[in-house]
Design a protein around this ligand. Structure first.
Ligand SMILES: [Zn+2]
Length: 447
């Protein structure tokens, strides 16, 4: 018990806890979960009761891979629109990627600039990854001490010139530096040589784009990354895994005790190369969406625990940058508000439960980032929740999304799972698509 009085009780016949889904009443005191009680537990005097009936009470989702692009490219997104979209989609914590904003999050000064911009706009709790560049090894420790959750790097061109990639020597140097203070390196793993050797054909055909980003580029980069991590005993995380061919490598490394974790994304797990229409560059991202058979193997990797978590890699841009030429269009898929229903729609078809979804989309990303107060409905954690009607369906209308640019690969899809409300530290922040005033906090790494 917290010593603060219980002021709120949330009740549902289906509460998703780390021990499984059951009827329960969740007592909240001062924004923290005080206790998870039997469904019919007496409501303390003075506490408000919210009964969701058969709607499911999930832990608020934690999305550790979001490109907010603020400040600098706010016409692409921004903290106001991104965090509203997150709240509407059941996400109560997000971590912002260090690139595409100007400045990028590569020095303490730049981090402070980003925090100042984000603070008044954050509808959900918001934290920051730092960036590892060829030129900023000296900035990594100060950034870590200033509260970033870890460091992102690229091994192939990032798409923006202010965020250059690391070659193998630079990767080893940054990884050693980060491992030296116990930090985490998160990696966009595509090998530049394999990309350079792949056929590059411009135009509207998705098959040409897919051929330009071969699985080998991912497999080779991941193999190299694992070798460095093993040698340096470093903690590394593979971002947005698309190539299922890399799963045996990763599984073997995990068995050997190499400290490697892996994420995949809703687009790799719910969309397929076969269905991408010509010129439909809202489906373009790097690495790319691959074939249906690849997707089946990724789901097997999730079921086996080789893939740890599912995060959005929401990476929007303005409509004009999504030209119908796959070679020149901006790469990035917009999905922040839709990740939960997209994944749940596919997961239920494949026989998975909401317990699995909560593990992949809340507990595991919270653990990745070391967010010990997030990621589960249990006493002592923040009272962050998503209330989901899992049997209800809706058809994605881009005009109803809170993203700044309403371009999405999910347009017109009918999805299972309607987010009824989201709660942040015991406060309702979204309710049937109506957003409250921002109450999100800026998060720093647990110390
Ligand atoms: Zn990304």
């Amino acid at each position: 018990m917290s010593g603060v009085d219980v002021n709120l009780v949330l009740r549902s016949t289906r509460v998703v806890t780390p021990e499984g889904t059951r009827p329960a009443a969740v007592a909240v005191a001062g924004g923290t979960i005080d206790a998870v009680l039997p469904y019919d537990a007496e409501v303390p005097a003075g506490a408000r009761l919210e009964d969701f009936g058969d709607d499911v009470l999930l832990p608020g989702l934690v999305d550790t891979h979001v490109h907010v692009n603020d400040p600098g490219r706010t016409e692409w997104e921004g903290f106001w629109t991104a965090t509203r979209a997150a709240a509407a989609g059941g996400i109560t914590t997000l971590l912002d990627m260090p690139l595409n904003s100007l400045p990028p999050t590569t020095t303490v000064e730049n981090l402070r600039t980003k925090q100042q911009v984000a603070a008044p706009k954050a509808h959900v709790d918001t934290g920051f990854w730092g960036g590892a560049l060829p030129s900023n090894v000296k900035d990594l420790r100060p950034l870590y001490d200033a509260g970033v959750f870890g460091f992102k790097c690229f091994l192939s061109p990032s798409g923006v010139e202010e965020f250059p990639e690391l070659d193998q020597e630079q990767l080893a140097r940054s990884m050693a530096e980060i491992a030296g203070f116990g930090g985490l390196l998160i990696v966009h793993a595509e090998d530049p040589h394999h990309l350079a050797d792949a056929p590059q054909r411009s135009g509207p055909a998705y098959a040409d784009f897919l051929a330009s980003r071969p699985r080998d580029a991912e497999n080779t980069a991941i193999e190299g990354l694992i070798a460095h991590a093993k040698r340096l005993n470093a903690r590394v995380h593979v971002l947005h895994l698309s190539s299922s061919d890399a799963l045996p490598l990763i599984a073997a490394a995990k068995r050997e005790g190499v400290r490697v974790t892996v994420e995949s994304c809703p687009h790799f797990l719910t969309l397929t190369a076969e269905e991408v229409p010509d010129g439909a560059t809202e489906f373009k991202c790097c690495p790319p969406i691959r074939e249906a058979a690849n997707q089946d193997t990724l789901w097997a990797g999730l079921a086996d625990g080789i893939i740890d978590c599912i995060v959005s890699d929401h990476s929007p841009c303005t409509t004009d940058l999504k030209t119908p030429d796959f070679a020149s269009a901006w790469g990035g898929i917009s999905s922040l508000q839709l990740g939960l229903p997209a994944i749940w729609t596919e997961a239920r078809k494949r026989g998975h439960s909401l317990d699995d979804v909560a593990r992949w989309m809340s507990a595991a990303p919270a653990e990745l980032a070391g967010l010990s107060r997030k990621g589960a409905i249990e006493a002592g954690r923040d009272a962050d929740f998503a209330v989901l009607a899992p049997e209800a369906t809706f058809t994605v209308d881009p005009a109803e999304l809170f993203h700044r640019n309403q371009v999405t690969a999910y347009a017109g899809k009918t999805l299972h799972g309607v987010v009824r409300s989201s709660w942040l530290r015991g406060v309702r922040i979204a309710s049937d698509g109506v957003l409250a005033e921002p109450t999100g906090r800026l998060l720093e790494r647990d110390r």
